[in-house]
Design a protein around this ligand. Structure first.
Ligand code: HEM
Length: 152
């Protein structure tokens, strides 16, 4: 493998680790730990934590798109194996779901916190939680497909 491909793969996997690892931490460690807090404490914290995390995800998405596109071209473009195309397809779906969370659901949480409308905020957090779980499942399937689909 050429050096450029090695470096692209390294950055690709680093970005995937940050995105998927962050979602696992948020869903399975942070969320249960915040469950007993009152909405007045929990929702501003959620808004602040995810405002920061989503910047990391946005950076990761750009890196995954750039390196993934580069790798796809290097691995034959249209002639690349079907698991690679499946990875790209599911990857794009994950990015669209992230875009929906970041630009539709998250602003609802921020507005609810500002207006101190706690039930509205809690509802939006519930939606965000479900969408993040879907992206975790898609992320795990994608990693599995990328690795187990080698050699096709
Ligand atoms: C636009 C989206 C994406 C494109 C175009 C893309 C493309 C590629 C390509 C061409 C490779 C090299 C395959 C190989 O070395 O055999 C690769 C590797 C990999 N990608 Fe992606 N990818 C995308 C998104 C994702 C996402 C969202 C994930 C996980 C959540 C992911 C996980 C992986 C993994 C784990 C590998 C390493 C596979 C291995 O070398 O064994 N990719 N990607």
């Amino acid at each position: 493998m050429g050096k450029a491909i090695d470096i692209a793969l390294f950055l690709h996997l680093l970005a995937v680790a940050i995105w998927v690892g962050g979602m696992v931490f948020a869903s399975f460690c942070l969320r249960p730990a915040l469950e007993d807090l009152s909405p007045q404490l929990r929702l501003p914290l959620v808004a602040s934590v995810f405002g920061r995390f989503f910047n990391w995800v946005a950076g990761s998405v750009l890196v995954i798109l750039g390196t993934g596109g580069f790798l796809l071209v290097k691995f034959g473009g249209g002639q690349a194996s079907w698991p690679m195309h499946a990875m790209a397809g599911i990857g794009v779906v994950m990015m669209l779901i992230f875009g929906h969370i970041r630009f539709a659901v998250f602003p609802r949480i921020q507005r609810a916190v500002q207006a101190q409308k706690w039930p509205d905020g809690a509802r939006a957090v519930g939606t965000m939680r479900q969408l993040v779980i879907i992206n975790i499942v898609l992320g795990v399937v994608t990693v599995g497909m990328a690795v187990l689909g080698r050699g096709f």
